[in-house]
Design a protein around this ligand. Structure first.
Ligand SMILES: O=C(O)[C@H](O)[C@H](O)COP(=O)(O)O
Ligand SMILES: [Mg+2]
Length: 303
């Protein structure tokens, strides 16, 4: 049975742990910040790693922002990061749809349940879309909508994919369009299916929580392109050359971040206890997902 080592307060153990890796993949929500609250000494900790010659890559399941949007957030947070180091689940989904998914020529449009981040990343891959932040979808459903969805006249015949992500403007109408496209054979994808979103030091509906009505009504789960899907690691590795044995995944959620690192056969995983998962979950006998090590908060790595 694997055991997770607590590094907090142990400078010797921290140095030994860090020396094993050249690349650190960082989860964002719950590790660097909770919403707009940047955790203490995060910029200093990341600077310390860069000063030790480590390469940093940011890998977030939050699909509401594009890589460019995240670059602006990093800048505002005083965290040095360039766009090539940032990967969101919207980017992973756009790469999958553009380069892996084989869609009929007349079915290449995507219906989005989600925010602008998904729209921007699909556009950057030349993928047409509808739904998403369309203001015409932010209204109550009317009888005419029921009738037009039922006979299909409301639907765009080019739509071949339903892509579900975190949507802060979800409503019955948007979900009804998603179900109608799925019922007509659209491929069902999700940027991610995280149950909750760490925000304001609490937990709110995550992408999985928002998309759950579609799963219940359609009766099938989407293919998720965010962590722990290895499609996301493949998308990262296509841009960032790395030796997986000298790469460490740092995250707050066992079933996405730590599972992502273990399944990807990375050299190590580090859990940070400022987000979703609690240490009791992975210290328990027979725990399914056990990080190699853990710290109370990221800045504990400063020693
Ligand atoms: O979509 C969600 O549910 C949240 O954005 C997700 O929990 C946060 O993503 P992270 O940066 O922790 O991968
Ligand atoms: Mg997280």
């Amino acid at each position: 049975m694997s055991v997770s080592h607590c590094l907090t307060g142990d400078k010797v153990a921290i140095d030994a742990f860090l020396d094993q890796f050249d690349v650190f993949l960082f989860d964002c929500d719950g590790v660097l910040w909770s919403g707009n609250h940047i955790f203490p000494d995060v910029p200093e900790t990341l600077d310390m790693l860069r000063n030790r010659g480590k390469r940093l890559v940011f890998v977030t399941n939050n699909s509401t922002k594009s890589r460019q949007d995240y670059k602006a957030k990093f800048d505002k947070a005083g965290i040095q990061a360039n766009v090539e180091e940032i990967f969101g689940s919207s980017y992973s989904a756009a790469i999958y749809i553009a380069r892996i998914l084989d869609l009929p020529a007349d079915k290449k449009k995507v219906y989005i349940l989600g925010e602008s981040g998904i729209e921007q990343e699909l556009a950057s891959e030349g993928i047409k879309y509808c739904g998403g932040t369309d203001p015409n979808m932010r209204r109550d459903i009317e009888q005419e909508d029921f009738d037009a969805l039922a006979d299909g006249s409301a639907l765009d015949p080019e739509v071949g994919v339903v892509l579900a992500g975190l949507d802060f403007h979800v409503n019955y109408l948007k979900l009804a369009y998603g179900l109608a496209y799925l019922q007509r054979g659209a491929v069902y994808l999700a940027t991610n299916t995280d149950s909750t979103l760490p925000m304001s030091k609490s937990f709110f509906l995550g992408a999985g929580g928002v998309g759950a009505p579609l799963v219940t009504s359609f009766g099938k789960e989407p293919l998720s392109l965010g962590k722990p899907s290895q499609a996301m690691l493949d998308a990262v590795e296509a841009k960032v050359k790395m030796d997986r044995s000298r790469t460490c995944m740092i995250g707050d959620r066992l079933n996405t971040d730590i599972r992502f690192g273990i399944d990807g056969k990375l050299g190590g995983t580090l859990a940070v206890l400022t987000g979703v998962s609690k240490k009791e979950e992975f210290l328990a006998d027979g725990a399914e997902t056990v990080p190699a090590a853990y710290v109370e908060k990221l800045s504990d790595l400063l020693g």
